[in-house]
Design a protein around this ligand. Structure first.
Ligand code: 13P
Length: 284
């Protein structure tokens, strides 16, 4: 019952003026922490898997963990493939039970990005799988996609509207000045452009590069039309810090289950804080 795609949860978020958190998980412990945080706060949530995470674990273990945890949860939980350039990986995720996928052909020219995105929609839509696509270039490193500062560029509002009118998307990710990874300085967000793209496309927008943004930036982006917020780097830090700090504080103990318990608590606390901030607590 709680295994869903992103359509309804993003539509409701858009209508309700809040956002659904999309958290990049790394393993069973982080997946469990995200689902438990969402269930405790009665919030819809998106489990996000990067291509590297899929390649590390394989399709079957990931989808089984998801099915087990989401299937037993009282809140809607989607599983979404993050930034993927490879149609074979997308096809495999669709065949294995992912409920949502992102095609990232944003490094290609407009026509090619559109053609690849259409191909993915044709594969996904008949199976009820939702699709996110991207335009512009988001600075930083996400999985195996590296964009240098001098290569980054924002999505053009006119082109974004044309793109979204020519393919049936469930979620659109325009580059608006956020970055993947750790922010080096204050990000310059193109709020006007975000507002224009949200208004003219009518689509729920995805805010990428969530880790490190201020509460004010989150709230403003959400109020302007971001119905999905992506968080990855925060979970990477919590995963390692939770485990390592427990060890530093209990050097004589070699009981990894205790480290994993500390890691789980650290991950869950961060996710819960985000869910409250994004306004999705109590909406499921
Ligand atoms: P962060 O790593 O900055 O949280 O970005 C996550 C993201 O946008 C994943 O697609």
């Amino acid at each position: 019952m709680a295994v869903v795609n992103m359509r309804e949860m993003l539509h409701e978020a858009q209508q309700g003026g809040y956002a659904v958190g999309a958290f990049n998980i790394l393993d069973y412990n982080s997946l469990r922490a995200v689902v438990d945080a969402a269930a405790e706060l009665a919030a819809p949530v998106i489990i996000q898997t990067s291509v590297k995470t899929v390649q590390f674990w394989g399709y079957k273990p990931l989808i089984q963990w998801y099915g087990q945890l989401a299937g037993g949860a009282a809140v809607p939980v989607a599983i979404h493939l993050d930034h993927c350039k490879d149609l074979k990986v997308i096809r495999n995720c669709i065949d294995h039970g992912w409920t949502s996928v992102m095609i990232d052909a944003s490094s290609k020219p407009f026509a090619e990005n559109l053609a690849l995105t259409r191909q993915v929609v044709e594969m996904a839509a008949p199976k009820g799988i939702t699709v996110e696509a991207e335009m512009g270039a988001i600075v930083g490193v996400e999985d195996d996609i590296h964009v240098k500062e001098q290569e980054a560029h924002l999505a053009d509002a006119e082109e974004a509207c044309r793109f979204c009118s020519e393919v049936s998307l469930d979620c659109f990710a325009p580059a608006i000045g956020t970055a993947h990874g750790v922010y080096k300085g204050e990000p310059k967000i193109a709020f006007d452009r975000l507002e224009e793209i949200a208004r003219r496309t009518g689509l729920p927008l995805a805010l990428h590069g969530g880790t490190g943004l201020s509460d004010e930036v989150f709230q403003r982006c959400i109020s302007l039309g971001c119905a999905k917020v992506n968080i990855s780097t925060q979970l990477k830090y919590a995963h390692i810090d939770g485990f390592v700090e427990y060890h530093r504080e209990h050097e004589a103990e070699y009981n990894p289950l205790k480290n994993l318990a500390a890691q789980y608590e650290r991950l869950k606390a961060g996710v819960a804080k985000d869910i409250v901030l994004f306004g999705s607590a109590g909406t499921a």
